[in-house]
Design a protein around this ligand. Structure first.
Ligand code: N01
Length: 483
């Protein structure tokens, strides 16, 4: 029996994944609404505006496959340009009127018939499917350091940059040396009066030249879209099939090549003490591999200092390290990362029999095939738990996941069913096998990183990207209860 009723969709979030879902749902003629807590689109690229921000995945890959952009200015284009790209796409595809801005979703509840969604100031709507597109790196993680609130200068997390604060010539301290801290250092250290980079763990920083596309090259891409397609295919292959497979084997010889490339750059550092401080003692790419064209030059400007002495506390005038030294600062930047286990939370999500997602995820978040959760019918996540993450294009992942969702929806429709939910057995089997496979990856070779869950197990997709593509293209309908 085929259901005549076209399902209605609630898309949570108007970042990269939510915009993608909206475009595709509109094209397919579905009834949908996008809920966005802020007053404009953009997700990550709206919220992160720190100096030096860029995408470390090449821009020609970090693009929708159906909307390649001939006009990217750099190999790794700046954040503002990426935000403008998404704004342009929203305009071109005419999806803005379907977005309810200033409508944070507070509750999604399965009524037995459909999802009741409560958003913003008392808005209530009913939908057949939820598409959670709320991102991973969303909720800032503040460091648990004594006295943080006592600092008298300007202090903020990198995703909450205060652009009213003057930076040039100031005494600036940055805590954290992940991708964000490294990008900020590249930009800020040369401009600061004094720059202190508080490093807890040295990072492998892969030197990659910042390639600027010339006007002629951009014109060429505009006039020959097939060249743009070919570049996308090439990058897609190099990231997802090459790097994507290498990270699955912690002993892969590829990491010797990465180590050699990074070490060659480290060896150019003039001060042996600084070189020593910046040299990591774990396998490259165990943490997310940091990419930079200017980090090592910037940390060597005379006013820059890499502080490896542990932070003892923060005081009104600056940061006190364990050696008793006070690092006096005007500005303290917290490049300390994100709470990566929240996903769609803190929204209240209530599924079958009133079960809360918070309870289902009491131990830790997980998702069958990275997209659905037992007990939560017609609830689909894009870039949710166990998705492929790690120096890949999240856009590619999102596109595959969206198409997967539509295959589930079509299956449901063709069965005349109202709900579709993965079985607990299938989800457990998937998770058990996933955990076993994760043990072999480079992420599990002995470092601390945001890729690890509370047990120290990588929470990412631990199989080849080709397997992800296959699983997304061929849903295992037998693992779903359809009713
Ligand atoms: O955060 P992180 P991030 N005392 O969690 C340190 C994406 N991204 O914002 O290594 C002292 O990687 C912590 O130290 P340690 C990308 O996926 C993408 O930099 O744990 N230090 C670490 O150095 C990236 O991976 C782009 O010892 C403390 C840092 O803070 C992800 O965002 C650009 C501390 C946190 O590093 C997150 O990167 C930027 C403490 N109490 C980011 N607590 C693109 O280009 C934490 N640290 C796409």
């Amino acid at each position: 029996m085929t259901s005549e009723k076209r399902p209605r969709f609630a898309v949570l979030g108007a970042g990269m994944s939510g915009i993608l879902a909206a475009i595709k749902l509109k094209e397919a003629g579905y009834d949908y609404t996008v809920f966005e807590k802020a007053d404009r689109i953009g997700g990550t690229w709206r919220e992160n505006t720190y100096p030096g921000i860029a995408c470390d995945v090449p821009s020609h890959l970090y693009s929708y496959s159906f909307e390649l952009n001939p006009d990217w200015t750099y190999l790794a284009s700046p954040g503002g340009e990426i935000q403008a790209y998404f704004e342009g796409v929203v305009e071109k595809y005419g999806i803005e009127e379907s977005i309810r801005f200033g409508h944070p979703v507070v509750r999604c509840e399965w009524t037995g018939e459909d999802w009741e969604v409560e958003a913003g100031d008392g808005f209530i709507g009913h939908y057949d499917w939820i598409v959670a597109a709320t991102g991973i790196l969303h909720h800032p993680k503040l460091p648990d350091i004594e006295g943080l609130e006592t600092f008298e200068g300007a202090s903020f997390h990198t995703a909450r940059w205060d652009h009213s604060v003057l930076l040039d010539g100031k005494r600036i301290g940055v805590i954290g040396t992940g991708s964000t801290g490294v990008q900020i250092t590249g930009d800020l250290a040369p401009r600061a009066g004094h720059y202190s980079l508080f490093q807890r763990t040295a990072q492998w920083v892969m030197p990659v030249e910042q390639v600027k596309y010339t006007d002629e090259q951009r014109k060429e891409f505009r006039e020959h879209p097939e060249a743009l397609d070919a570049l996308y295919e090439e990058l897609d292959h190099s990231f997802h099939d090459n790097f994507g497979n290498q990270v699955l084997d912690g002993n892969h010889e590829f990491f010797d090549q990465v180590r050699a490339a990074c070490t060659a750059k480290l060896e150019e550092i003039r001060d042996p003490e600084l070189r020593e401080k910046l040299t990591p003692d774990y396998t490259p790419a165990c943490k997310r591999l940091v990419i930079s064209h200017n980090f090592y030059d910037s940390v060597q400007v005379p006013q820059a200092e890499v502080v490896t002495e542990p932070i003892e506390r923060i005081e009104p005038k600056g940061v006190r390290t364990a050696d008793g030294r006070l690092h006096e600062l005007d500005v303290l930047v917290l490049a300390t990362g994100f709470q990566v286990d929240a996903f769609v939370r803190p929204m209240t999500i209530r599924g079958l029999n009133g079960q809360l997602l918070d309870d289902a995820w009491k131990e830790r978040p997980s998702a069958y095939m990275s997209v659905t959760v037992p007990g939560f019918p017609n609830f689909f996540m894009i870039n949710g738990p166990n998705s492929p993450v790690g120096n890949f294009s999240l856009i590619r992942t999102a596109e595959l996941q969206y198409d997967h969702m539509m295959r589930l929806v079509e299956h449901q429709q063709s069965n005349g069913a109202k709900l579709m939910v993965p079985s607990a057995e299938a989800a457990k089997r998937f998770e058990d096998e996933r955990v076993e496979a994760a043990a072999d990856t480079v992420w599990a070779t002995g470092c601390q990183s945001w890729y690890l869950d509370d047990r120290g197990i990588p929470f990412l997709w631990p199989y080849p990207f080709s397997r992800f593509t296959q699983e997304m293209e061929r849903p295992r309908f037998e693992d779903y209860d359809v009713a």
